[in-house]
Design a protein around this ligand. Structure first.
Ligand code: KG4
Ligand code: ZN
Length: 343
């Protein structure tokens, strides 16, 4: 079954083609990063308009990449939530039009379920067999930080989530405070690599399997102020001193965020007896997070390649396959659900 997956929940326009839920034929992504970079974050209205502009060219690119034509597509899948409502509506309506014109089934997919199924697209992984269910899934992106237990295809239990900022959002805000670019995660990671003496940050204490990152952000702002780095106009240190201070703050901040993610994920494994850990969402591209979990996890760690960790249409097509296989379909009344939950 050839599934076309469409993703427009945030600032990437993605169209993917996946055969049988596992074979990646195309994964075309039009990133809006440059458009939003000048604002230091995603502007919802701008994002919706960019999806309108990018969807048709991205679809063409995906079809070309896969060497297939539209009539060969067996079903159309689209992210229907969670995400920015305007962006979701653009994708959902595009998918409806496409499915209707082709006379093929339509399926709305939870974006977070898509992040989980990115692991099914890695030819070297087969989560269902090795290590097998249940899996503790850490889904960390710009909009979410959820710890979910996957007990089988389509069976999810929410173990914990962030009480305030998402981990990616925390990286993005930290980068802004330190005068770095957007998106912040890769920038913080790069700066941290230059650190000479990482600045220690307080350990995040939150009950149970929940997360919280707003306290770390406040701590970062205070330290950046004390170092004369924030607000930017007040910089008092010499350029080389301030570059070193930025790197040391970035390293300490990254360490604290990663530590919180790792601690709760391992606690999730202890509490559930899960057989493996699966990472998804943009933050799972973070090298320190991967390395720490790899070192400390008592169970296998499943991580897709970075281009499948960030938002894309292929992961939506992969997730859809396992639902379509069970006979699930949506009608033309499929709507966008900005606060859709998983589990
Ligand atoms: O999953 P994603 O592409 O979009 C959302 O659904 O939000 O995740 C984007 C987020 C951004 O906040 C970005 O800063 C973060 O993922 N990110 C990273 C890294 N690469 C992207 N965070 C930490 N380290 C990275 N290497
Ligand atoms: Zn995402």
């Amino acid at each position: 079954m050839l599934v076309l997956g469409i993703e427009t929940s945030c600032d990437e326009t993605g169209v993917g083609l996946v055969e049988g839920g596992r074979t990646l034929l195309a994964n075309a992504v039009a990133s809006q990063v440059e458009v939003h970079a000048r604002y230091g974050g995603v502007v919802p209205e701008v994002a919706s308009r960019q999806h309108v502009l990018a969807l048709v060219p991205t679809l063409h690119r995906a079809l070309q990449e896969a060497g297939v034509s539209l009539p060969q597509v067996d079903a159309v899948a689209v992210t229907c939530g969670p995400g920015l409502v305007g962006s979701l509506i653009v994708g959902v309506n595009f998918a409806k039009g496409l499915a209707m014109a082709l006379g093929k089934p339509l399926l709305g997919v939870n974006h977070l379920e898509g992040h989980i199924y990115a692991a099914w697209l890695e030819p070297t992984l087969d989560p269902e067999r090795e290590p097998g269910f249940p899996l503790v899934c850490l889904l960390a992106s710009g909009g979410h930080t959820d710890l979910v237990l996957m007990e089988g295809h389509g069976e999810y239990r929410l173990l914990g989530r962030t009480r305030d900022d998402a981990a990616g959002e925390a990286f993005d805000k930290a980068a802004r405070v330190l005068g770095l670019g957007f998106p912040g995660g890769p920038e913080i990671q790069r700066e941290a690599g230059r650190a000479t003496r990482p600045e220690p940050f307080p350990r995040v204490v939150v009950e149970g399997l929940a997360f919280s990152f707003s306290g770390l952000k406040t701590a970062l702002v205070r330290r950046a102020q004390a170092a004369g780095l924030y607000p930017p106009a007040g910089a008092s240190a010499s350029p080389s001193e301030s570059r070193e201070a930025v790197a040391n703050l970035a390293a300490g901040f990254q360490e604290a965020v990663v530590e919180a993610l790792v601690e709760k994920t391992l606690e999730g494994v202890r509490r559930t007896g899960a057989r493996g850990i699966l990472l998804g969402g943009g933050v799972s591209a973070n090298a320190l997070l991967r390395q720490r979990l790899q070192q400390r996890s008592p169970v296998p760690l499943l991580v897709p390649r970075p281009s499948l960790c960030t938002d894309n249409g292929a992961m939506i097509a992969a997730a859809a396959f396992f639902r379509l296989r069970r006979g699930e379909r949506h009608g033309w009344d499929l709507d966008a659900h900005p606060s859709l939950r998983l589990g």
